[in-house]
Design a protein around this ligand. Structure first.
Ligand SMILES: Nc1nc2c(c(=O)[nH]1)N[C@H]1C(S)=C(S)[C@@H](COP(=O)(O)O)O[C@H]1N2
Ligand SMILES: [Mo]
Length: 418
């Protein structure tokens, strides 16, 4: 029999050696009535939607932290970033079991030979490799990142961001090249049968719950239930990072609401940041550059009108926790330094190194009356781990940009070398 690919190649593609066609790679390994286009397509819709949600929420987080000139992120509602980033991590974690489910539904096809009948199908097969590879990379590095273990020599942020584009490209290519199968798979049974040229009985046979003892296979209902429970359970472990009653099940999430100094989690402590001496130095001053430069002691900061706002810290890693923060408004201090309302500034920590020692405060946040130079947390002087003597806290902003241990505020966005 000449196969289409052989025509393209001008020769018969040799079969893989028998040694490779053993165990799980053998033809017909793991038979299951769930290896159907219908199941694969339906799981694929969930998986694809999850990918899109992760991609968009990830893009938002990226743009907030590295804003191009056209991008302005609003200062409200205060909880928006908490929701987009919580969703990003929760859906991303839920994609891990879903991806495994999807691979199961297409299992026999993964090793079918010849690898593709036509060049178009070859593109489809390759898209699976790229898709699975990039998905596994993102999910695994993402998981490692949120467990605060950084064993790799590359920047998680950069790698995760670019792999996201690769994955979305592969998803689109995949959907495009498998469009007929997906359309058939999602069609109703009668339609599917006629499109696929199968008799209704053949279709029923393919979908039927096979006797478990005969094939060792799971029933369709058990499969869907298990997949949904596994996916939901993983998502719940993420919710535990934000919703207190779920903290006990938060096994994948190291930060627990209500645990940490002053009942709030901490990523970088005063000790790891190396600020234990400089932060408590009585000579401490917050320098504010501007038309009227200021050098403010803690007492000076306390002399400004004090305001209290209930705002969440929403870490990119998915945990978030709300607290009452008290201190002068950033905009009052900028007013005193002679800056027009809404001036873009950057805030710098007295911490000498680290990725999060500087952050830019854009126009909406600079003008917002909810952006504080916090001196107190839940009515008590800040713990050193939360940024004593003064930290920035602004509404609707990634935790990584809620800079602790402030030492200097200057006009303009944080640039290279600042
Ligand atoms: N100077 C400085 N500020 C920082 C950080 C840091 O490492 N250094 N970490 C940031 C990150 S990633 C988060 S999530 C929040 C956490 O604030 P918390 O420790 O008060 O909960 O602080 C932010 N502010
Ligand atoms: Mo963070």
């Amino acid at each position: 029999m000449t196969r289409p690919l052989d025509k393209v190649l001008g020769a018969r593609l040799p079969d893989p050696p028998d040694a490779l066609r053993r165990g799980p790679l053998a033809d017909g390994a793991f038979p299951s009535p769930l290896h159907t286009e219908r199941r694969a397509s339906r799981v694929g819709v969930w998986l694809g939607s999850g990918f899109v949600v992760c991609f968009l929420t990830g893009l938002i987080s990226h743009l907030i932290q590295q804003p191009p000139s056209w991008f302005v992120w609003p200062a409200g509602p205060v909880w928006l970033y908490r929701v987009t980033q919580g969703t990003h991590v929760m859906v991303g974690l839920a994609l891990i079991p879903l991806l495994l489910v999807k691979l199961w539904t297409v299992y026999p096809k993964l090793f079918s030979w010849p690898p593709a009948a036509t060049p178009a199908k070859a593109v489809g097969r390759i898209s699976i490799l790229v898709l699975v590879g990039s998905a596994v990379f993102m999910l695994v590095t993402g998981l490692i990142n949120i467990s605060q273990w950084y064993p790799f020599g590359f920047s998680f942020k950069v790698a995760h961001y670019w792999t996201g584009w690769v994955a979305v490209g592969a998803v689109l290519t995949h959907v495009g090249s498998y469009a007929p199968q997906i359309r058939r798979g999602l069609a109703r049974r009668g339609t599917a049968a006629s499109v696929a040229g199968l008799s209704p009985a053949e279709v029923d046979a393919a979908y039927a719950t096979t006797d478990a003892e005969e094939t060792g296979a799971v029933s369709r209902r058990a499969f869907v239930t298990t997949a949904a429970v596994a996916t939901g359970a993983v998502a719940l472990t993420q919710w535990g990072q934000t919703i207190s009653p779920l903290a006990q099940v938060s096994v994948l999430a190291p930060r627990i609401p209500g645990v940490g100094p002053q009942g709030l989690p901490v990523n970088q402590t005063g000790i790891t940041a190396g600020v234990t001496e400089s932060a408590v130095d009585p000579a401490f001053r917050l320098v504010v550059e501007g038309p009227t430069p200021l050098s403010l002691s803690l007492a000076d900061l306390q002399a400004f009108p004090q305001h209290t706002e209930r705002l969440p810290i929403a870490c990119v890693e998915g945990w978030s926790a709300s607290a009452d923060w008290t201190g002068p408004r950033l905009r009052d201090v900028l007013d005193a330094a002679g800056h027009p309302r809404g001036t873009v500034v950057h805030v710098e920590s007295i911490q000498t190194g680290g990725s999060y020692r500087v952050s830019t405060v854009g126009r909406p946040h600079s003008a917002s009356d909810k952006t504080l130079l916090a001196l107190q947390l839940n009515g008590v002087e800040l713990d050193i781990d939360h940024g004593y003597p003064v930290r920035l806290i602004a509404p609707n902003r990634p935790g990584a940009m809620q800079t602790k241990w402030l030492g200097r505020i200057a006009p303009g966005a944080a640039g290279v070398g600042s």
